[in-house]
Write a protein that binds this ligand. Sequence first.
Ligand SMILES: Nc1ncnc2c1ncn2[C@@H]1O[C@H](COP(=O)(O)OP(=O)(O)OP(=O)(O)O)[C@@H](O)[C@H]1O
Length: 222
Amino acid sequence: MEFINVSKKFNDLKVLNNFNIRFEKDKITCLFGPSGVGKTTIANIAANLTEIDNGEVKVTENAVYSFVFQEPRLLEWYSVYDNIDFVLKNVYNSDKRVNIIKDYIDMVELKDFESYKPKELSGGMAQRVSLARAFAYPSNVLILDEPFKGLDMKLKREMISLFKKLWNESKRTVLFITHDVDEAVTLSDFIYILNEKPAKIIDYINILEYNDVSEVKYRLDI
Ligand SMILES: Nc1ncnc2c1ncn2[C@@H]1O[C@H](COP(=O)(O)OP(=O)(O)OP(=O)(O)O)[C@@H](O)[C@H]1O
């Protein structure tokens, strides 16, 4: 997926001006940078949720998207099971759905909670449902917009390793937005460091080129 000379303004605010970026297929690419720099705007353009003013966005053919946000965004009146079922209704027949949903509920270790409603879950459990829902959906592009923000350190580490497990079993092109150095270094294959307005890529890191993550952390410590 690639942006070529993309420009986007909100009223008088130029968020992107002739902006170029590339997201590799089935890799995790991180957009790292301060609040307001345009990370969510880039993800929304990639997902075709925001129109651009100028330029070109080349998207994988048959791109299908799923999302995980900071808030789990579950349907309050539905159970854990039904929240996942809801997004799969138009995709699979009921027999197939049952198997997929059970598998994913199992993978996020919520087997005993499938009939619980979101308000009966902890924040971490609710976020696990939203991860399961995003992976259960047959997307090939996954957008993670600060999905671990607000979780304590222990929960964050658990969620990151759970994410890796799910992703290793079912790889997709991931756009991962974060402000958090540890998250960026632990999860990403590639990191774009953004700054300035309109947004500029001030550094690009291929994590695979590093044996020592402390060097990457140093580069992210801007
Ligand atoms: N729909 C919109 N209408 C007007 N302004 C917008 C809109 N969406 C984003 N903006 C503005 O564009 C700029 C970039 O916003 P964006 O949400 O992309 O930044 P971000 O890097 O994702 O920030 P954060 O890390 O805080 O989520 C901000 O100044 C924001 O106020």
